[in-house]
Design a protein around this ligand. Sequence first.
Ligand code: LFR
Length: 479
Amino acid sequence: PAGTAVAAVDLGATSGRVILGRVHEGTLHAQHVARFANDPVRTRDGLHWNLLELYRQALSGLALAERESPGEIASVGIDSWAVDYGLLRDGRLLGLPYHYRDGRCEAGVAAVHARVPAAQLYARNGLQHLPFNTVFQFAAEGELLGLADRALLIPDLLDYWLTGVEAAERSNASTTGLLDPRTREWDLELASSLGIPHRMLPPLIDAGTPLGQLTPEAAAVVGRPLDVVSVASHDTASAVAAVPAERPDFAYVSCGTWGLVGLELAAPVLSEEAYRANFTNEGGIGGTTRFLHNVMGLWLLSESLRHWEPGATDAQRSSRLSELLDEAARTGEGAPIFDVNDPVFLPPGDVPGRIRSWLAERGERVPETAAEIVRSIVESLAAAFADAVREGARLSGRTVSVIHIVGGGSQNTLLCQALADRSGLPVLAGPVEATAMGNLLVQAQTLGLVAPGLDALRAVVARSARIVAYAPRGDGSAA
Ligand code: LFR
């Protein structure tokens, strides 16, 4: 349909896309305009995002969208993965932003914990310990930090390049370790005690805040000075907003590179138990808390494929993965389960070899063929997802009666069925593009095209997406 459109730039850890959306009679129609690879680059000093390339691709995707729908795009919003940032001085980028899978953070973690012990840090920021949380990356910067007068998270940095406006959108700011999850303001006392100058932290804004028009330089590429709106710029926050839940007692798995598993709560849970279970309290839209745990996710499959098919294109790898999943489905029950959350699986490299060693070291059966390894990964992911749902429910004192899985993993039928079996709960799978839908619909709400509130947003998703239901087989004791 023609008429008012909104554009989402959604950057994932392995690919990015530009998607146009239109809301018609309460239904969202989304149209892919551009898709591009996100290939990090290793230089002498570590693993970096190719941010200029991502910015160029975003601009040219928007230019294409404007050419296809001249004059119809009412706003643009950007989301990406969390925690990573660029340091700036006088508006200029200092060095290439690091990839969170770079291994430089160990010293940063030790330095932070020497000043604020882990349990105390959690009591303040409610964030699960991940070695790459922004606060640890800052501590690993060394001298450079003192030169910077600003840090902007990836989507905020791209918004800044697009509009000249410096801000920190709250959903993503909540992954830095420097935001107070109760007040949703910067914890300036914590920043001071870690030697982080307050000037580094930009003014906070909520999803749905208009940022302004494209700069003349950006408008020259796109063809028109489009309006930019801040969305839930943390991809997981956009995805959770677009979970098509119709009742409150749901858990979610946002499954892409990572599997983000948890519940939506009205307030953070900062208990000793939540700290021990390493559950996080990230910010959702409408002041909600995303009480969740990071599980390793489809990364284990994509990185295994990269190892098995070194010279292949993305398309070749994904068709090989489909073949392997079909084969894996026929390998039968009883695949060996490994702990997907073991940090040995975090860095890029020979993931299949690490899985085999992990199992061998513990005297478990070692999968031999690629299909057997794929089956082991899928079953181990499903087991970890089911555990995290149970744990999240226990820690928050809530009952869960359905699991929604969204993102790329919702297309993996083997994974969805295994999740239903291992949790003993019905699983509703879809939409695949939950992140982009959350991005588009927050913009639609800002424009008044969708009624305000999370329930109204979710109702649009429920009407627009194809959802597949998986019923648990057995009683969940497979777990
Ligand atoms: C998912 C995600 C996770 C975050 C990880 C690293 O794409 O944003 O929520 O923990 O990437 O930034």
